[in-house]
Design a protein around this ligand. Structure first.
Ligand SMILES: NC(=O)c1ccc[n+]([C@@H]2O[C@H](COP(=O)([O-])OP(=O)(O)OC[C@H]3O[C@@H](n4cnc5c(N)ncnc54)[C@H](OP(=O)(O)O)[C@@H]3O)[C@@H](O)[C@H]2O)c1
Length: 318
C-alpha cells in the first residue's frame, strides 16, 4: 500500500481506503457483522488506515465501533452529518458514543450547503475548536458544489465521485483543487460493482436491502453498457477492477480512493498488491476520448449542443 498526504492536514492516508457504506447491511444487501469485522481486519493488515462511514449507513458506525476497540490510533475515521433533525452537534455526540471514540478525524457535511444551511460551517468550526472533530469537509456531487465549498477557508477536504463513468467534477476543477491544497476523497470508483465487469445489462438486484434494487432497467442497462465500453482498460491494467481503482489514483489531487467492501476476499482484492497506483498517460488519453464519446463530461447544455453539432460536421466530413 502506498500513502498520500491528506491535503494540508499533515496526515498520511493509504491511497486506497475502506468505504463502510456496504458493511452497514442496508445498501448492498445484508452483511453479517462477523464478516464485516473480518473485512476491516484484512484491510488493516494490508495497510489501509482511513475508513469512511455515516450515521445513515445502517449498522456501519456500530460495527466500526466494535472493530476500533484497542486499535483506534491506527485509523483515521471519517463520518458525516446528513441533515438529521437533532442537529449536527447532538449527532456528533451520538456518533462518538457509537464509534467508541473521543474524536472524529474527518467530519463531513453530506451535501454542499448553501443559503441558510451555510450556518453549518460555523458549527463545524465550533466542533473543531472543541476537539470533537479534528478536520472537516463536505461530501459533494458536482463542480458548482466544489466552487461553493472551497469559498470556505476552514475546509480541510472534500469527497466526490471519481470513476471511469464520472470524470467530472474532478476534471472540471483539477487546477482549483490543486491550488487550494484540500484533501480529496474519491468515491464510487467501482460504480457499485459495475466497473469490476461482474454485472451486465441483465443483472437484477432483488434484495430490498440493496440500493441497486431501486435502479430501473434503463439505469442498469446504461451503466453496464458504458462500463463495457471501457474493457480496453481491463486489458491494460490486468483486470477491470484494478483499472477502475487505478483511474482516480492517476490524479495527484486525489488523496485516497474509498472503496466499499463487505468481505475479507473483497478487501484482499481492493487493498492488495494487484492494483497499480496510476495508469499510463497514453491509456488516460484513450479513456478521456471514450468519456467524451459517451458525453460524460458535464459541459452544460450549450457545450453538449456544440459537441453534437461538431459531431454532425465531423461525420459529414468523413
Ligand atoms: N454521498 C456520499 O457521501 C457517498 C455516496 C456514495 C458512497 N460514499 C462512500 O464511498 C464508498 C464507496 O462508494 P460506493 O459504495 O458508491 O461504491 P463502490 O466502492 O464503487 O462499489 C462498491 C460495491 O462494489 C462491489 N465490490 C467491492 N469490491 C469488489 C471486488 N473486489 N470485486 C467485485 N466487486 C466488488 C461490492 O458490491 P457487491 O459485492 O454487492 O457487488 C461493493 O459494495 C462508500 O462506502 C462510502 O464510504 C459516499
Amino acid at each position: 500500500m502506498r500513502y498520500r498526504n491528506f491535503g494540508r492536514t499533515g496526515q498520511q492516508v493509504s491511497e486506497r481506503s475502506f468505504g463502510a457504506w456496504a458493511i452497514g447491511g442496508q445498501s448492498y444487501g445484508p452483511v453479517d457483522p462477523a464478516q464485516a469485522l473480518d473485512a476491516l481486519a484484512r484491510a488493516e493488515e494490508l495497510g489501509c488506515n482511513l475508513v469512511d462511514t455515516a450515521a445513515v449507513y445502517g449498522d456501519s458506525e456500530a460495527v466500526l465501533g466494535r472493530f476500533l476497540t484497542g486499535r483506534r490510533d491506527r485509523w483515521m475515521v471519517a463520518s458525516k452529518y446528513s441533515g438529521q433533525q437533532q442537529g449536527m452537534s447532538a449527532l456528533v455526540e451520538e456518533q462518538l458514543r457509537r464509534l467508541g471514540t473521543d474524536r472524529i478525524d474527518f467530519y463531513q457535511i453530506h451535501w454542499a450547503p448553501h443559503g441558510r444551511d451555510e450556518a453549518l460551517y460555523a458549527e463545524l468550526d465550533r466542533l473543531k475548536r472543541d476537539g470533537k472533530i479534528r478536520f472537516c469537509g463536505v461530501s459533494l456531487r458536482n463542480a458548482a458544489d466544489v466552487d461553493r465549498v472551497l469559498a470556505h477557508a476552514l475546509i480541510d477536504g472534500i469527497q466526490m465521485p471519481v470513476s471511469l463513468l464520472d470524470p467530472d467534477p474532478l476534471a472540471a476543477r483539477r487546477e482549483r483543487l490543486r491550488k487550494s491544497g484540500v484533501a480529496v476523497i474519491a468515491r464510487s470508483a467501482l460504480r457499485g460493482g459495475f466497473l469490476t465487469g461482474k454485472y451486465d445489462e441483465a443483472s437484477t438486484f432483488a434484495d430490498a436491502a440493496d440500493q441497486r434494487s431501486e435502479w430501473d432497467r434503463d439505469r442498469i442497462r446504461a451503466t453496464a453498457r458504458q462500463a463495457r465500453s471501457f474493457s480496453f482498460v481491463a486489458e491494460a491494467a490486468g483486470s477491470a477492477h484494478a483499472g477502475a481503482i487505478a483511474y482516480p489514483l492517476s490524479f495527484p489531487e486525489v488523496s485516497t480512493v474509498v472503496i466499499s467492501c463487505k468481505t475479507a476476499a473483497q478487501a484482499d482484492a481492493n487493498f492488495g498488491d494487484g492494483v497499480p497506483s496510476s495508469l499510463d498517460p497514453s491509456l488516460l488519453s484513450r479513456i478521456e476520448r471514450n468519456q467524451r464519446e459517451l458525453q460524460l463530461f458535464h459541459a452544460g447544455r450549450a457545450g453538449r449542443l456544440w459537441q453534437r453539432v461538431r459531431g454532425v460536421f465531423a461525420r459529414g466530413g468523413r
